[in-house]
Design a protein around this ligand. Structure first.
Ligand code: ADP
Ligand code: MG
Length: 156
């Protein structure tokens, strides 16, 4: 168990895919049932790479994790907690997320991680952890926390 505060993880810079993967593994040590991690950032900034690290940190076999671009969500079990990996890149309407039964995931017993989270902003719970990834040139990436969104789901 990692006792350092979660906020200490970021901001940070990574200089390789492996370093971003390692960040995901460290983040996973902090995650609890019902946590939602929202990932923001352009194509190729390392969102999927980070999710693979989170999966590894939860004890889910590495080889399984691929981006759910066409299915919206992949579920991974067999780790410390279930992992629900969303990719909203191709989402056209929020209704598609409702049809998926997203609340069962977000308010469930596993960890949800969402790539392209800006596409489902109104559906994100208030306790969502928001991470922004950006290109710094070459293999360098800057990863920061974003503040809670005023548009987040207000029910909880
Ligand atoms: P996204 O999901 O944000 O589109 P991916 O994780 O699929 O991004 O891809 C990131 C790409 O960038 C991979 O090809 C990876 O090897 C490369 N890369 C280079 N440097 C880094 C870094 N520091 N962190 C993450 N990925 C990196
Ligand atoms: Mg991706």
């Amino acid at each position: 168990m990692n006792t350092a505060p979660l906020t200490d993880l970021l901001p940070c810079e990574t200089d390789s895919p492996e370093a971003t993967h390692a960040l995901g593994r460290r983040l996973a040590e902090h995650l609890r049932p019902g946590d939602v991690v929202a990932l923001y950032g352009d194509l190729g900034t390392g969102k999927t790479r980070l999710v693979k690290g989170i999966a590894a940190g939860l004890g889910i076999p590495e080889t399984e994790v691929t981006s759910p671009t066409f299915t919206l969500v992949h579920e991974y079990r067999g780790g410390r907690l279930p992992l629900y990996h969303f990719d909203a890149y191709r989402l056209r309407r929020l209704e598609e997320f409702f049809d998926l039964g997203y609340e069962e995931y977000f308010y469930g017993d596993g960890v949800s991680v969402v790539e392209w989270a800006d596409r489902i902003e109104p559906l994100l719970p208030p306790h969502t952890l928001r991470m922004h990834l950006e290109h710094l040139g070459g293999d360098r990436r800057r990863i920061t926390w974003l503040p809670p969104s005023p548009k987040a789901d207000r029910r909880a």
